[in-house]
Ligand binder design. Structure first.
Ligand code: NI
Length: 257
């Protein structure tokens, strides 16, 4: 049996306060083998580290989301740097630009995006990139800064085939989740059709972006089979094969092999 690898989850979120541990403990018996919990604020970086230490199958990613970087300090960066040396911390993220919420000045977002890309180079860890409604600025920064990084993933990929080609050329992975099952997920379906199977990884971004038929509800890794099914159909593959290949990709992404 192949186990699903969820490359992007937020089990530190308060939406999981009532059943976090029971839910995580039910993963394996439901076919989910590995989960990477992603930091977004300094607070969630700390809980991410705790979860990664507590569960053998949970890994952590430390970094600060563009919408949370308003009060970020160089001291915080040093804290992340120090704790990213832990063996269960596998990347820097999620970092990037978010012009959809646009609640932090764009220049400030850019500054901390670049600083955290540097941090990835300093630590030798790959990066988890968040980019929403900021396609051109993200690409410009990535093009000038990605050299020297050990690669990474463009998580919750929301752009078109042209943009996917740019990141695939930089040897980055494309993160695909619940949106693939949405009626209005046509752009992502095209990207999945276009991208080589060895550059795609599965993610939930839970508690957000639950796939159909759970759209709008709290998401969890247990719903990933619905994304697998949609991907298998687009790629003309068996579901088991999608699970196996995406798990192998995830291991390469996070340098677990
Ligand atoms: Ni996320």
């Amino acid at each position: 049996m192949e186990y699903i690898f969820d490359t992007h989850a937020h089990y530190d979120d308060e939406d999981f306060d009532e059943d976090r541990y029971a839910l995580l403990e039910s993963m394996k018996e439901n076919g989910v083998g590995t989960i990477v919990n992603i930091g977004a604020s300094m607070k969630s970086c700390k809980t991410t580290l705790e979860l990664a230490k507590k569960y053998p199958f949970v890994y952590g990613v430390l970094g600060v989301h563009p919408s949370d970087c308003g009060d970020l300090t160089e001291e915080d960066i040093q804290w992340i740097k120090e704790h990213s040396a832990h063996e269960k911390i596998v990347a820097i993220g999620e970092i990037g630009l978010d012009y959809y919420w646009d609640n932090v000045e764009r220049d400030v977002q850019k500054k901390w995006f670049v600083r955290q890309l540097e941090l990835a180079k300093e630590t030798g860890l790959p990066v988890v990139i968040h980019s929403r409604d900021a396609a051109q600025d993200t690409l410009d920064i990535m093009k000038s800064e990605h050299k020297g990084t050990t690669g990474g993933v463009i998580h919750c990929f929301s752009y078109g085939v042209e943009m996917a080609r740019e990141y695939l050329n930089m040897d980055y992975f494309i993160g695909v989740g619940g949106v693939l099952t949405f009626k209005n997920g046509k752009k992502l379906k095209e990207v999945v059709e276009y991208a080589p199977m060895d550059k795609i990884v599965l993610e939930t971004d839970c508690p957000y972006l639950a796939p159909v038929p759970y759209r709008g509800k709290r998401n969890s890794s247990l719903y990933l089979p619905h994304v697998v099914e949609a991907m298998a159909e687009i790629k003309g593959m068996e579901s088991e094969e999608v699970i196996r290949v995406t798990a192998e990709n995830a291991k390469r992404l996070y340098q677990l092999v």
